[in-house]
Design a protein around this ligand. Structure first.
Ligand SMILES: NC(=O)c1ccc[n+]([C@@H]2O[C@H](COP(=O)([O-])OP(=O)(O)OC[C@H]3O[C@@H](n4cnc5c(N)ncnc54)[C@H](OP(=O)(O)O)[C@@H]3O)[C@@H](O)[C@H]2O)c1
Length: 273
């Protein structure tokens, strides 16, 4: 999919917009002359200009008029205002992409009035370092080529899966919130190491490298998690003793319950919007 020459605006020049702009520039998907950001905060516009060479303006309407692809990257609670502001100028030839958690394509379509292709994306924070995982789903006017275009943009900062909109709450609960679960696991492993007598400066890297190494094994060996776990777990050994405690204490049920609650909360938030 050729994106060169297309003009792309980020409405909201925050963390996610920055991650995406960095990724897009790194893989040279679109030149900086064809990128534009908007923000209410002049410091963010100045930052994009100075650090990334990407121009910014504060007028969302004007920015949309100048663009082929519009990525809405403001907080969910700002979306209704932004859509009200730009609805009069968005045209069916343009694509509207939203990364706002919980905001449905139906909600966006209803505010835009015209039949605009809308695609919803749930990225995650590892996108900041090019290792994101995004779920994307199509609104009712989005075509296959629009989904392909969005796939190409988000592959600049990681990987992409196409899902149905009703699966977006599950994606949010799993990969959207997921980095926080893994950070918690690292925190807990580090604390356990400290309680066993290791200094933090040793315990923390042990935990971090273990998570990274395990994730890389999962990707590179193509063996599933249970096979890899069994390979580390000798009968009567230390790993088995630890896993037995996790099973007895209901670790699996607790984790599934936690992710289920996250999906429920994500759904509730989208109803509020
Ligand atoms: N960060 C994540 O892990 C993550 C993951 C998945 C999805 N998302 C979604 O990504 C979106 C952006 O998240 P983020 O973390 O990048 O947020 P953020 O850093 O707060 O970025 C939003 C930016 O938009 C600006 N803004 C506010 N009102 C505006 C307006 N009317 N016009 C133009 N810009 C305006 C904000 O300025 P002020 O700060 O001055 O208000 C801020 O600089 C959210 O909807 C979030 O749900 C984020």
């Amino acid at each position: 999919m050729e994106l060169k020459g297309k003009k792309l605006v980020f409405v909201g020049a925050g963390n996610m917009a920055e991650a995406l702009v960095r990724g897009i520039l790194k893989v040279d998907l679109i030149g900086k002359e064809n990128l534009l950001v908007t923000d209410v905060n002049p410091k963010r516009l100045e930052f994009f200009d100075k650090a990334l060479g990407v121009k910014g303006i504060s007028d969302n309407k004007q920015a949309v008029l100048l663009s082929d692809i519009i990525i809405l990257s403001v907080k969910p609670q700002m979306m209704a205002n932004i859509l009200g502001e730009i609805s009069g100028v968005v045209q069916p030839g343009q694509k509207v992409i939203s990364i706002a958690a919980g905001i449905t394509t139906e909600f966006i379509e209803s505010k835009l009035a015209k039949e605009i292709p809308v695609i919803r994306v749930m990225p995650n924070t590892p996108a900041l370092i090019g290792h994101g995982m995004a779920g994307i789903c199509a609104g009712k006017y989005a075509q296959d080529e629009d989904m392909e275009l969005v796939g190409v943009i988000f592959e600049a900062v990681g990987k992409v899966v196409v899902v149905k909109e009703e699966q977006m709450d599950a994606v949010t609960a799993l990969s959207g919130c997921g980095p926080a679960y893994i950070f918690t696991i690292v925190e807990v492993l580090t604390a356990a190491g400290i309680s066993l007598g290791l200094p933090e400066e040793i315990s923390l890297p042990l935990a971090i490298e273990t998570v990274e190494g395990a994730a890389k094994m999962l990707k590179e060996t193509n063996e599933g998690p249970s096979i890899l776990r069994n390979k580390v777990t000798s009968p009567g050994g230390a790993t088995m003793a630890a896993l037995n405690v996790l099973e007895e204490k209901g670790f699996r049920e607790i984790f599934i319950q936690a992710v289920t609650v996250a999906a429920k909360r994500s759904k509730e938030l989208s109803i509020i919007n």
